[in-house]
Design a protein around this ligand. Sequence first.
Ligand SMILES: [Zn+2]
Length: 428
Amino acid sequence: MASRPTTTCPRQMPPVELQGGGSRRAPIGKAPFLRYNHLTTHNHDGGPPMPDPDVIQFLQELVRLPSLSGQEEAVARAVQARMLALGYDRAEIDAWGNVCGIIAGARPGPSLLLDAHMDTVPIADPQRWTHDPFGGEIEGDRLYGRGATDNKGCLAAIVMMAALLDRNRLAGAVYVTGTVNEEESEGSGLAKVVDALHPDYVLIAEGTALALGIGQKGRASVLVEAEGKPAHAANPGEGVNAVYKALPALLRLRDLPLRQHPIVGSELAELVELISSPYPSNSVVPFHCLARYDYRMLPDETKEDLIARWQAVAGPEVKVSLRRQQVPCYTGTVLECDDFHPAWVTPPESRLLQGARRGLAAIGQRAADFAAHYCTNGSYSGGIAGIPTLIYGPGIMQHAHRVDEFVETEQVVAATRGFAAIVEGVLA
Ligand SMILES: [Zn+2]
């Protein structure tokens, strides 16, 4: 269990290499945001403030900055600049290129981290797009572009929600992060921020159509390898064919018993790659066979459990292991981890979940609960660090990674209000 800060100042950012931009410390309280009143409009009846279209303009700005995994620098700079303009106490970029903004509440209390990844998948089929993937075009209620749903609508909303916060009401600290390389390795960018700041609660901003994700399946890349002995294919008896050696194990793994979880559902294990060596082979009996599985996990499975269970089913002729990932960051550093991203579930009694529900109810959002079948950065916070975690955001996953990706602007505006309401529900 992470400790809680006892001062009105958030914990110091880690002593990482700052990449310019510096920091700006504003006095605690409502005053710093008064300069930004143009960001909110107040109902004539004195009702809650509403985000104005600036969040949509900021989303357009972000969509117009391409940010493939490992190339997020321009987006990080735009986020940092916007945070400083909004009056965040600090906004810094760490050695891996994550940007982290800090907002201190008026009183001591726990810390809540809101995270959205900054990277996007590539454009696979540009000629099929009917909108410029980097145009941020708005047609009706839809804003089009790569990353509109996954994940720049979320990123714009968590950054801009600060304009709606009344810091005098907050006890604790808010961290807002734009993280790198989620599309390559879920949680490995966020891990650097979480390990430095030790937040008490984490809210992962991903498209949920404004539902509250209370858990998710995990994901791992499981390797199954057989070693053989090369020989000329004209004399196969002198070698050991690694593919033949692996096949019985692969067939047994096809029937791996899949367990169920009452919240996140069923495990899945799918063979996605099968590679023999040498390849191409000029009349050589393969000396190596590598199979890779995409494995969707349930909560509480450790690396050791996974390998022992798979090895027991596969048998002694093959070796089971986890793929190692090395993901280069735009800063020149490399994120390194096992391709193992565990599942997690946040219990109903969690202060995070109760506070989020309370906050959303206060603005009239009735958020249904669900468990994500996909993997998010929450694998690190919820699955590895054991920090209570939720998922929430505008847009739906079915619109992600697609031709003519879009997000509904109304959802982005509603989510901006929702993020601020969750912060106040948890920290006020
Ligand atoms: Zn995403």
